[in-house]
Design a binder for this molecule. Structure first.
Ligand code: SF4
Ligand code: SF4
Length: 177
């Protein structure tokens, strides 16, 4: 008899609420744009707008370069386009249509929190924790439930800040990433 596969937590999430892919604004780096364009053949999938959450446009003493590397002098930043209902333009019926290595770095990193200096913990405000955590017992977090790989996360965090700083695509095969 075939063993029953547990449903992915994000699939459960989608049955309970609008997910992060339907509510979050997704910042894209120059590298994200290049990787997505190569994979999809699309040229027009971003827009420029002021952050919906004012906190992203404010100086953060814990991450002092974030604002100047993400927000242009006119107050806008580059984000993925969204459909009229708010869904991300790359959201399909079974989740993200982009392979992991093509997804924007901030998507890959969610729900970690981080700064230019390193990982700082967890920022899981979009996740339905009250439904997803209890079955995993005491000590479970959204990072453990989603089986986030700390080594991959650190590599993506470094790519993110390097691409924000340089405005160029970072070679993911670099040995120091
Ligand atoms: S790119 Fe994929 S993971 Fe990121 S918000 Fe869109 S659908 Fe979700
Ligand atoms: S990362 Fe969190 S909010 Fe996003 S789909 Fe998964 S469980 Fe839902």
């Amino acid at each position: 008899m075939a063993s029953q596969q547990a449903e992915h937590p994000c699939a459960t999430c989608a049955k309970l609420q609008r997910t992060c892919c339907q509510t979050a604004e997704i910042l894209v780096t120059a590298g994200d744009r290049a990787r997505i364009a190569r994979h999809t053949g699309l040229a027009d999938f971003t827009s420029r707008k002021a952050p919906a959450r004012p906190a992203y446009a404010q100086d953060d003493p814990d991450d002092p370069n974030w604002k100047r590397w993400t927000i242009a002098p006119d107050g806008t930043r580059t984000v993925l386009q969204r459909r009229p209902d708010g869904d991300c333009t790359f959201l399909g019926s079974s989740g993200c249509t982009l392979p992991e290595e093509v997804r924007p770095l901030v998507c890959r990193l969610y729900p970690w929190s981080y700064t230019e200096r390193g990982m700082t913990g967890l920022d899981d405000e979009y996740c339905p924790k009250e439904a997803l955590l209890p079955p995993h017992g005491p000590g479970a977090t959204m990072l453990t439930v989603l089986r986030m790989d700390p080594a991959a996360g650190e590599r993506w965090r470094q790519m993110l800040y390097r691409e924000l700083q340089t405005g160029e695509e970072c070679d993911a095969r670099r040995a120091d990433l």
